[in-house]
Design a protein around this ligand. Structure first.
Ligand code: PLP
Length: 382
């Protein structure tokens, strides 16, 4: 088969027109490539907000024990996981829709609601996949700027009302800023939301929020509000590689999501690990505290080094470095530390750093200080 034959079909004339001009997600060079490029043995991966403390204890053993069953499809309705998660968060299993991560649920929600030409509202900056997936479904994406790094829920509700938006995407705590939504803001937002709009809340980092500050949006779902909540096992549970998440939605909406989701989209190992994690809520709380201490220490060290971290309720810290963030990230990777440059989400001069064990935080702060000093004018160095 000649390579020239591969170009005989103009696929862009055949695919949905809404895909034209959209770029696929590019994960960047792999760790192996980076190690080779910079001659490194190890790289600290602080750019993707995985939980650097590792899987919660009990998850690994549950996966190992499940491996002998992997010749079978996962149980059709995932009833064990739905019961376990429902018991843990205090809702009926009927409200739980498992999926292979929030990313899959973002697509399922978008396919369920968005028609060509519908408006959807997202914050700027926020997690990029909402806009990407909705644009691919033919939506017009309206971006509402954050105010002082916080979601401006009032302006988001106003944008929804003015445009008759189908969906408003709320990321709480917001990635990449780490800010969380307060109860009063949330209640006012729900009241202001027009009747044709659904609020989709991505709580990927929700379990890192102090329990007293956390919103119980499963109660909004039970109260019949137009709210869909998305949660994941990728973050505090330390299972990003297994791909497991779930939605909390009204049973009627669950049925629609299950029409558009593929059957058996969650694997047995992930289901077993998820059940093992929620069986021990005290381990989740211990992880939250460990992570919060490390986050506080990282923020302290960044301030000592002359930088301005944004207060965070998640497992990452956004910090204003006052220097070129792309150059800074480049210097850091050469020293085996990967961080996310803020320019990638419109915040030049900032970097986003994933929180991990204390010794790692100390190392990262020291590396960051040195790399930043090298980029500062001589009279501004500390
Ligand atoms: C806000 C947010 N939502 C969703 C995800 C991805 O979640 P999952 O691994 O469950 O697909 C991420 C990953 O970084 C995220 O930051």
């Amino acid at each position: 088969m000649g390579a020239d034959r591969l170009t005989t079909t103009d696929w862009s004339a055949l695919v949905r027109p809404s895909l034209l001009g959209l770029e696929p997600y590019r994960p960047g060079p792999s760790l192996t490539e980076l190690k080779r490029l910079h001659g490194l043995d190890e790289i600290a991966k602080l750019n993707w907000n995985e939980d650097l403390f590792g899987p919660l204890s009990g998850a690994r053993e549950a996966v190992e024990a499940e491996l002998e069953n992997v010749w079978m499809y996962p149980e059709q309705a995932y009833s064990d996981l739905r019961t376990a998660v429902g018991g843990w968060i205090g809702v009926s299993p009927e409200l739980i829709v498992p999926a292979h991560g929030i990313q899959a649920l973002i697509a399922a929600v978008s396919h369920t609601f968005v028609r060509d030409g519908d408006a959807v509202v997202v914050a700027a900056p926020t997690y990029g996949l909402y806009a990407q997936v909705c644009a691919a479904s033919g939506a017009e994406v309206l971006r509402v700027p954050c105010r002082e790094f916080r979601l401006d829920l009032q302006a988001m509700a106003e944008a929804a009302a003015a445009s008759g938006a189908r969906l408003v995407w709320v990321c709480d705590p917001n990635n990449p800023t780490g800010a969380h939504v307060e109860v009063e803001e949330w209640e006012a937002f729900l009241e202001a939301l027009p009747a044709e709009t659904v609020a989709v809340v991505d709580e990927a980092y929700g379990e890192y929020v102090q329990p007293e500050l956390r919103l119980r949006r499963e109660r909004d779902v039970e109260d019949g509000r137009r709210v869909a909540v998305l949660r994941t096992f990728s973050k505090i549970f330390g299972l990003a590689g297994l791909r497991l998440g779930y939605a909390v939605v009204a049973p009627h909406l669950a049925a629609f999501l299950n029409v558009v989701q593929e059957p058996f989209n969650v694997n047995r190992a992930a289901l077993a690990a998820g059940r093992a994690c929620v069986a021990h809520p005290e381990r989740i709380e211990a992880r939250r505290q460990e992570s919060a201490e490390a986050r506080a220490q990282l923020s302290r060290l960044l301030v000592e080094a002359g930088m301005e971290p944004v207060p965070s309720h998640a497992n990452f810290v956004l910090v204003d470095t006052g220097v070129d963030d792309l150059a800074l990230a480049e210097r850091l990777v050469a020293h085996g530390v990967l961080v996310r440059p803020g320019s990638e989400f419109g915040l030049g001069g900032f970097v986003r750093i994933t929180v991990g064990p204390l010794p790692l935080m100390e190392r990262v702060a020291a590396e960051l200080r040195m790399a930043r000093d090298a980029l500062l004018p001589a009279n501004a160095r500390r």
